[in-house]
Design a binder for this molecule. Structure first.
Ligand code: TYD
Ligand code: MG
Length: 458
């Protein structure tokens, strides 16, 4: 049959194409990801070609006047930090995050900031109606901003609309999964649709020098839905993260062709939109439980910025034959390693205990330098001895129990001192600024020394 000849099965996870359906994708090994799609490239008329038959739709303003000289400074300092100084004209940026985390809010604020400066910012909402976006703009006190707005999901219409008039400085597509190119028969959100739409939009952005911002849904595993291909196609990938119960949000650079990665921007979701947090350490240390055993402050780094967070541990006797190990915000394997090092090198065995480790405030840490703070929290909880609340820790622990030097040691110490900490337990090795002030430094070469500092363990 002709239809069967045109069908192909595309893995929704990695984008691999198969001619027959299978339960498991041969490309990435994921189960149940193959979906039948119609093959075929974008036909003329769906994209940028001059024969485009897209209908020009009416762009609506949030009210008021627009435009002047193009400038791609976002006006949001935290966003400028993660992008490496603002959006690059002609580039594409993908921002992923869970539903309700605040992607649309952030982008509306950015669009408004750019429009306020005289740039042309066009916001295509595929998920919400114009009225809903207007309501949000009102809530954010941005209704007067000259953002151009449309609720549209048809790729050809979007491209035709963009080509009509002065090139936009900022194009926001919320979200890429809602777009559809009518030349493809696959449903919106499928790999071929998302890929085709992204391709056409990137081509348009490169052609006109607009900055393109795509919103991407994330899967329940936390990666951007659709194939990795899209992350490869764009220049910058940001993730917007946060815990539902907490007001703060973290914007993290995962990929950046024009700037640093691993930078974070910190925001707080308030009643009137996202507020920038200039000093995140204060936020993460905000409500500490004084005098409770099992809490240690880690002086960490996120990109170029120091960040202090509290690491909490609970070590309790376990009734189970196979005690529980639960970690939030840190790496489970790292905890296992730390417990093994404590046991084998320091003679502190937690084998009969349940161990819970939590990074306060919902922050996620992936620096090895957090080892020492985690070890201090574990030892404190195990021995029931609280740590001084004005002490910070950092240092990577090797399998031998040796404490290794960390990067940016002076910056970490400076941040701790700025926030009123009095002492720091840090690696014996590594440069520190001698005149770095009043912080009392305790330099340890081996984890054993830390374990011995606690009173005889239970
Ligand atoms: P939204 O930007 O719609 O999230 P996303 O686009 O990532 O799905 O954010 C919606 C959430 O943010 C919603 O739960 C309400 C909350 N919110 C505030 O708390 N304050 C505000 O000013 C706004 C606009 C939203
Ligand atoms: Mg949204």
């Amino acid at each position: 049959m002709a239809k069967a000849a045109k069908s192909q099965f595309v893995c929704q996870s990695c984008g691999a194409v198969a001619s027959r359906w299978a339960g498991k994708c041969a490309g990435c090994g994921e189960w149940n990801t193959l979906v039948e799609e119609q093959s075929g490239a974008l036909a003329p008329g769906s994209g940028l070609s001059s024969t485009s038959k897209g209908r020009v739709i009416q762009l609506e303003s949030l009210k008021g006047e627009t435009r002047d000289t193009p400038r791609i400074h976002t006006g949001v300092e935290e966003l400028d930090r993660v992008t490496g100084g603002g959006f690059v004209p002609g580039s594409a940026l993908l921002i992923g995050g869970e539903p309700g985390i605040g992607k649309s809010t952030l982008l509306l604020q950015v669009a408004a900031a750019i429009a306020n400066k005289g740039g042309r910012a066009v916001y295509f909402s595929g998920e919400e109606a114009v009225a809903q976006v207007r309501l949000r703009a009102e809530r954010l006190d941005l209704a007067e901003c000259p953002v151009e707005l449309a609720a549209e999901t048809n790729l050809a219409n979007i491209l035709a609309t963009l080509s009509d008039g002065k090139p936009a400085d900022l194009i926001i597509i919320d979200s890429i999964q809602t777009l559809w190119a009518d030349a493809l028969e696959a449903a919106p959100g499928t790999v071929s649709q998302v890929r085709a739409a992204t391709q056409s939009l990137i081509r348009y952005a490169k052609h006109t020098g607009s900055a393109l911002i795509l919103v991407g849904h994330v899967t329940k595993e936390g990666s951007i839905a659709g194939p990795k291909v899209i992350e490869h196609m764009v220049d910058t990938v940001l993730y917007f993260e946060g815990e539902r119960g907490h007001a703060f949000r973290i914007l993290r650079t995962v990929k950046n062709r024009f700037g640093p990665t691993n930078e974070i921007g910190v925001f707080e979701m308030a009643t009137k939109g996202l507020r920038e947090v200039k000093n995140p350490s204060e936020l993460f240390l905000g409500d500490r439980d004084v005098d409770a055993p099992g809490a240690a402050v880690f002086a960490g780094m996120e990109g170029t910025r120091p960040l202090l967070v509290e690491i909490q541990a609970l070590v309790a006797p376990s009734p189970l034959g196979n005690p529980r190990r639960a970690v939030i915000g840190w790496d489970t394997n790292r905890l296992s390693m730390l417990l093994a090092v404590l046991d084998a090198r320091c003679g502190v065995s937690l084998a009969q205990c349940d161990v819970y480790l939590n990074v306060a405030g919902g922050m996620k840490i992936n620096e090895p330098s957090a080892d020492l703070a985690a070890a201090a929290a574990l030892l404190s909880s195990f021995s029931g001895v609280p740590l001084p609340t004005d002490r910070v820790f950092f240092g990577e622990i090797s399998l031998s129990g040796a404490i290794r030097a960390s990067s940016h040691m002076p910056t970490r110490l400076k941040e701790a001192e700025k926030l009123g900490f009095a002492s720091a337990v840090i690696p014996a090795q590594g440069e520190v600024d001698k005149k770095a002030g009043k912080l009392k430094l305790d330099r340890l070469g081996h984890l054993k020394l830390l374990a011995e500092a606690f009173s005889p363990c239970k």
